[in-house]
Design a protein around this ligand. Structure first.
Ligand code: CIR
Length: 400
């Protein structure tokens, strides 16, 4: 079953249960690692388990990313390739250090390797593996990891996008999220769950295309946020491939949103919740610019201005849509709930979403507009700045 909308009945999804990588967060490196606070791991895991339980209760098959990649890495040659790709992105300059980390990981089983690559590897531990000390082995007060922790791993949405039966790997803007896409690269290439999927793109995407900015609105329409994390260059490359080279969709609608930390991806301020219903954080409603990208001929993509949001969406979809404002009329409530990921709901089927229970006003407004809202507590999960949509990578949905 392909994914040709963001709201069709969800069948299969990939998640990552937050783990020890959160225990390697310290105040000094929060900004670099794209966190604002340090979640309490034990509580975050309980919340995540509840999230998964809710999905399973709805008949959704939930796959843990770590299980899938562990299965792939049972093949020794793939394990080595995978480790080398992590090392290539790890900024270890010293050859003996790189070799020590490589040899250490190669001796371990796939489960340990996956755990270590996500949790990170501390410099002081690596020092015990080496005889010849390097400068970075001896310096103090610098970044304490040879392999940095990947605390945003549990936001599996951002690492890849499923377009029909094609997997489009993200191209993460920030250094600290670069290694994340390797996991979905290897899962989509080598895991049996993806044996009938193809790679959506033949060309690498310029830096800056994250899954939180991509919404499959319909079989023919992809909406992409031009945001803090997704660049014009990446969108143009993807549009050329999706519209012309691969002909996977007929239109890309670009929504430009303010480039700010609070709205780092489109799905933090805008989301699809039903066939004809979208939710939007009203605090940015006057700062959205829309552009329509279509194939001008068999070679070129043309961009035109698409006008006001509701009109643009209705024209692109071919029917009239409604926009529901999250957080209601009070700008303070709306802003507070946006920071708590009120807009970052995950559609389980048309008109049914799962959302954090903390966003009382938004959830109430959605219900008043005919949306069924399943709630769970995410008070620690939200500290990583993401909600249910960010924490899920759907790869099978029923067609509308
Ligand atoms: N789609 C999303 O909005 N994902 C949340 C990403 C949060 C992560 N800590 C980040 O800043 O990249």
């Amino acid at each position: 079953m392909p994914v040709n909308s963001d709201i069709g009945q969800l069948k299969k999804v990939i998640v990552h249960r937050p783990s020890d990588e959160l225990e390697y967060l310290t105040p000094k490196y929060l900004e670099q690692l794209l966190f604002d606070e340090i979640p309490w791991l034990g509580r975050a895991q309980k919340e995540h388990d509840l999230f998964v339980k809710n999905l399973e209760t709805q008949g959704i098959e939930v796959f843990y990313l770590t299980d899938l990649i562990e299965e792939v890495l049972q093949t020794e040659s793939l394990k080595e390739e995978f480790i080398i790709k992590h090392l290539d992105l790890s900024h270890i300059a010293n050859l003996s250090t790189r070799q020590a980390v490589h040899d250490y990981l190669m001796e371990k089983d796939a489960s340990y390797v996956v755990k270590t690559l996500i949790r990170g590897l501390k410099k002081d531990y690596v020092q015990t593996l080496k005889e010849c000390k390097s400068l970075s082995d001896q310096t103090t007060k610098t970044f304490p990891f040879y392999l940095a922790p990947i605390p945003s791993m549990y936001f599996s949405r951002d690492q890849s996008v499923t377009v029909g039966k094609n997997v489009m790997l993200g191209s993460m803007l920030n250094d600290s999220r670069q290694r994340e896409t390797l996991f979905m690269e290897y899962i989509s290439k080598y895991h049996s769950q993806f044996s009938d999927y193809e790679c959506a793109l033949d060309k690498p995407i310029p830096r800056g295309l994250e899954g939180g900015d991509v919404i499959m609105a319909s079989e023919d329409l992809v909406i992409i946020g031009l945001s803090e994390r997704t660049t014009e260059q990446a969108i143009e490359t993807v549009a050329q491939q999706l519209l012309i080279d691969k002909r996977l969709v007929k239109e890309v609608l670009v929504l430009q949103i303010p480039a700010q930390r609070a709205y780092m991806h489109l799905d933090t301020v805008f989301n699809m919740v039903d066939i004809d219903k979208f939710i939007l954080y009203p605090g940015i409603k006057d700062e959205i610019y829309t552009y329509r990208l279509t194939a001008k001929n068999s070679k070129k993509v043309e961009a035109t201005k698409a006008g006001e949001l509701k009109k643009a969406l209705s024209e692109s979809l071919g029917y009239s849509v409604n926009i529901i404002y999250t957080g209601g009329d009070d700008p303070i409530t709306a802003a507070r709930e946006q920071w708590g990921d009120s807009t970052n709901t995950l559609a389980l089927s048309p008109g049914t979403v799962i959302a954090y229970n903390r966003n009382v006003v938004t959830n109430d407004i959605m219900r008043k507009n005919g949306i069924e809202v399943i709630e769970f507590e995410g008070s620690e999960l939200v500290r990583g700045r993401g909600g249910p949509r960010c924490m899920s990578m759907p790869f099978e949905r029923l067609s509308l």
